[in-house]
Write a protein that binds this ligand. Structure first.
Ligand code: ADP
Ligand code: MG
Ligand code: ZN
Length: 480
């Protein structure tokens, strides 16, 4: 029998606010344990939460960017469970009436039509603290509770079970990641847990439409692991069914070392969260004016920008896709074009030399030592024949290292292209005289030798000879 996998994702997006969701403590990562706490996030009796307006604004932006409706009156609820990193004994979250509902994203897989993935809801909630194990100050081989992260604002984005393969799941996840980082509401750092996901996976026989029983795989923290975890889980469920077993609803944990998932708790052991509206927080009312104001403040989104790069700047789809990978990259590209660079050429240089140099040095595009206007300047020098495309790479390396303007480097290092046919002719004559054998071979019909002469001429000119002139002269001279 053939099986159809079904996947739904729950993504936790940590919001990049300066302060926590219900108190004024800092959200800075990596500080001294418990240095960023107060009675509210410590869960001390009598302390009252006050909602951070920024969190609401970020949630609205996330909702509008994923085609959600914004709920006019949404409610905070208490999700009750016991764990040492949860001082109040409940997490403030949203259950009924979350802030955003009924959204979608279109994913684009290569060689496939775009596919619409439903977003059930986006809700706001607070994060828990974390447990630290090991040798701690004043406590050998012990466990401690660090509540710096308690009360950090999160959005949970829940998809419909619309995804049908690990590739679709990764594509959806990457797009969501791109949107929240583009909006500047999340730093997107998956290793630090700023963007993490639970994957719900089931399989059903092809041809049926009743969904199978799902397993929920917890906290998968890289795109690669999401793909691995889903693929392993699909195969595990198929094998189980083929062997006459049945899939049980359970929570499973992904182990990145083995690439497998293992059971964490079954449905019977699942928590009963006993949700109820939090009496300490009033309903959150968002009127149309607020929604419209947020809509106006939205930046041009990655998909819109990609389309504009294709429509008005004439970029191929592939280039437009790569150049809108991040907002900073797209800004860099547009600044280069605004400074007079040809769009296709600016794009090629960004995707080529600049990306290579950034990767090699571990630099982010935001800190690129070559400014967009300098890149445009370099391209102008190629266009007007001052330097060849090949020499431009040398000039670029100089710009990268020194931060100097391209023309300054060309002049300093004497890199101006030689287009003067007299000078080039002289070089060619010398090379032909020194390689009489090859000249004869060429004349006897061995066309390949032509490349040898081009190479020698360029080398003798230290790369400065204008390649077009070299070619033209060699054709004439070699003919004899
Ligand atoms: P819970 O809150 O218990 O995790 P939800 O109903 O909110 O349950 O569903 C959570 C996620 O599980 C959603 O992303 C949803 O799309 C997904 N999901 C629900 N049923 C299935 C299924 N049969 N197979 C795969 N995913 C599913
Ligand atoms: Mg869940
Ligand atoms: Zn606090």
């Amino acid at each position: 029998m053939k099986y159809q996998p079904v996947i739904g994702l729950e993504v936790h997006v940590q919001l990049k606010t300066d302060t926590k969701i219900f108190c004024g403590c800092s959200t800075q990562f990596g500080s001294e344990p418990n240095s960023q706490t107060c009675p509210v996030c410590l869960g001390l009796p009598g302390a009252l939460p006050v909602l951070n307006k920024k969190v609401v604004e970020f949630a609205i932006k996330a909702g509008l960017s994923t085609n959600c409706s914004i709920t006019p009156r949404s409610i905070f609820a208490r999700k009750n469970y016991f764990y040492p990193d949860l001082p109040k004994g409940y997490q403030i979250s949203q259950f009924e009436d979350p802030i955003c509902q009924w959204g979608w994203l279109d994913i684009h897989l290569e060689r496939h039509e775009p596919k619409r993935i439903g977003i059930t809801r986006i809700h706001m909630e607070e994060d828990a603290g974390k447990l630290v194990h090991g040798d701690l100050p004043g406590l050998e081989n012990g466990s401690g509770v660090d509540l710096n992260r308690a009360c950090t604002p999160l959005l949970e984005v829940v998809s419909e079970p619309d995804l049908r393969s690990s590739d679709e799941a990764v594509s959806y996840l990457k797009q969501l990641h791109q949107i929240v980082t583009w909006l500047g509401i999340c730093d997107g750092n998956m290793e630090e847990g700023s963007f993490r996901c639970d994957a719900n996976v089931s399989v059903m026989p092809v041809g049926t439409d009743k969904l199978g029983t799902r397993a929920e795989i917890k906290n998968v923290n890289s795109f690669k692991f999401v793909k691995q975890a889903i693929e392993y889980e699909i195969q595990r469920q198929i094998d189980l069914i083929e062997d006459g077993g049945t899939v049980v609803q359970e929570t499973r944990l992904f182990d990145p070392n083995s690439g497998t998932t293992r059971s964490m708790r079954s449905k019977e052991e699942a928590h009963d969260y006993r949700y109820f509206p939090d009496p300490d927080l009033v309903p959150l009312v968002i009127d149309d004016a607020w929604v419209e104001r947020s809509r106006r403040e939205l930046p041009e989104l990655p998909g819109q920008r990609r389309q504009r790069f294709m429509d008005t700047l004439g970029l191929p789809e592939y280039d437009a896709e790569v150049l809108t990978a991040s907002r900073a990259l797209a800004d860099y590209f547009e600044a280069g074009v605004a400074a007079g660079g040809n769009a296709k050429a600016v794009g090629n240089w960004i995707m080529g030399e600049i990306t290579r140099a950034l990767n090699d040095s571990g630099t982010a595009i935001e800190a690129c030592p070559v400014a967009p206007a300098q890149l445009a300047e370099l391209l102008k020098l190629i266009d007007n024949g001052t330097i060849s495309g090949k020499i431009a790479k040398t000039v670029f390396d100089g710009m990268w290292k020194s931060g100097k303007a391209p023309l300054a480097i060309v002049e300093e290092q004497g890199l101006v292209q030689v287009s003067d046919s007299g000078a080039i002719e002289k070089i060619i004559d010398e090379i032909m005289a020194a390689n009489v054998g090859q000249v004869e071979e060429y004349r006897a019909g061995k066309d390949k030798v032509f490349g040898f002469f081009v190479g020698q001429t360029m080398k003798a000119s230290k790369g400065k000879a204008n390649p077009a002139v070299v070619n033209e002269l060699l054709l004439i001279k070699l003919k004899g």
